[in-house]
Design a protein around this ligand. Structure first.
Ligand code: PLP
Length: 395
């Protein structure tokens, strides 16, 4: 058996299965667990979108769709991106409809990378960019932003480029950020764009949480750096549509047309009925995120206040639905051991910060995409743990 395993793509041995999903699966086995682990809206898909999906099946939209996506959907996505973020993408040549943001990440990086190249990845960050980088025989170069309140600065980019030089092919941005909830103001985006403009590299900007920006408006780096940017967005988080698997990859036509080959040979096209549902999301549902956002905001404020009271410190998130909180001194500092101990003793599950790369150790990610009732229970359990497990109490 081992001999056969050795015949596989060797890069596979360098990949680790998602530690977030693994941790979630393990804690889910413990009865009575209150979970603030997963990164998906607890809301259901809005009714009018579900209806569009059901009608699509009724009307037999059950055949292959065009590889790049149904044109009306791409047109609606272009209008959405224009109205919301003042972006100009041509529906027929500059937008691909992908199977969630996940496939957009995969096809973009696979399409860009040649063996031996490097990808700059500011951390802590959603780990989904790493496997395709490794499978492409490339190296992720992490930029730890924890010393700067998890904000990537132009200086950090300069430093990384100085150190790694021309082998850098791309930089990944993700804002609003999973796991920190940090996002960027217009000035910060412009400063990053001005720095990135000086370098011959692509920017893969994952803005899947753009509609969940709390104060101020989301500013896309694609506005200031259209030639270099591959923009990722979609309906998973904005419209509570994680299961429908619809994302967007947008960029200059000549790049998107080439990347479309990867997408075509990988999945042919995304599910036709999901595309009809996404069309409803980008047209009649263009502002659907607002109601959910109002709820998330209340929850953010509640959890932020509660965790501060018991000694966690954390940047106040301005987007997405996560808090990234530093474990108070006097408690287990290793984030995995802390989360395991907390789950076993008080039955509340948080994600260990080290799942999100350098800078994440010593932190926990708290997802507030959960009902207020669940959040109240979780905060009571967490408070109880903190009251009873100071290190001096541990024998
Ligand atoms: C930053 C980020 N990008 C991409 C994804 C994946 O999104 P999708 O479900 O649309 O594939 C997630 C999911 O949690 C995410 O947090």
């Amino acid at each position: 058996m081992n001999k056969r395993k050795n015949l596989l793509n060797q890069q596979l041995s360098l990949l680790q299965s998602s530690s977030i999903l693994k941790f979630d699966a393990e804690v889910s086995l413990i009865p009575g667990m209150t979970k603030l682990t997963l990164g998906e809206p607890d809301f259901n898909t809005p009714e009018h979108i579900k209806l569009a999906g059901m009608n699509a099946i009724e009307e037999n939209h059950t055949h292959y769709a065009p590889t790049a996506g149904e044109l009306p959907l791409r047109q609606a996505a272009a209008i959405f991106l224009k109205e919301k973020y003042d972006l100009d993408y041509k529906p027929d040549s500059e937008i691909l409809v992908t199977a969630g943001a996940t496939e957009a990440i995969y096809v973009a990086l696979f399409g860009l990378l040649n063996p031996g190249e490097k990808v700059l990845i500011p951390t802590p960050i959603y780990p989904g960019y790493i496997p395709v980088t490794i499978l492409s025989r490339c190296t992720p170069i992490f930029i730890d932003t924890s010393s700067n309140h998890f904000v990537l600065s132009p200086e950090m980019i300069q430093e990384a480029i100085l150190e790694h030089g021309e082998s850098i092919k791309a930089i990944v941005l993700n804002y609003p950020n999973n796991p920190t909830g940090v996002t960027y103001t217009r000035d910060e985006v412009v400063n990053l764009a001005n720095e990135l403009k000086k370098h011959d590299l692509f920017v893969l900007s994952d803005e899947i949480y753009s509609e969940l920006t709390y104060s101020g408006s989301h500013v896309s780096i694609a506005k200031y750096l259209p030639e270099q940017t591959l923009l990722i967005n979609g309906v998973s988080k904005s419209h509570a549509m994680t299961g429908w698997r619809i994302g967007l990859l947008c960029g200059p036509a000549e790049i998107i047309q080439e990347i479309n080959k990867v997408h075509q040979f990988l999945i042919t096209s995304t599910a036709t009925m999901s595309q009809k549902a996404a069309l409803a999301a980008f047209t009649d549902g263009i502002n659907d995120a607002q109601l959910m956002k109002n709820e998330y905001l209340k929850r953010r404020d509640y959890v932020y206040e509660r965790i501060q009271k018991i000694g966690f410190t954390c940047p106040k998130p301005n987007g997405a639905f996560y808090l990234f909180a530093k474990i108070p001194e006097g408690y287990i500092q290793d984030s995995m051991s802390f989360c395991v101990d907390l789950a076993q003793k008080n039955k509340v599950a948080l994600i260990p910060g080290d799942s999100f790369g350098p800078g994440g150790e010593g932190y926990v990610r708290i997802s507030y995409a959960a009902s207020m009732k669940t959040l109240i229970t979780a905060m009571e359990k967490l408070t109880n743990y903190i009251e009873n497990n100071k290190k001096t109490d541990i024998v």
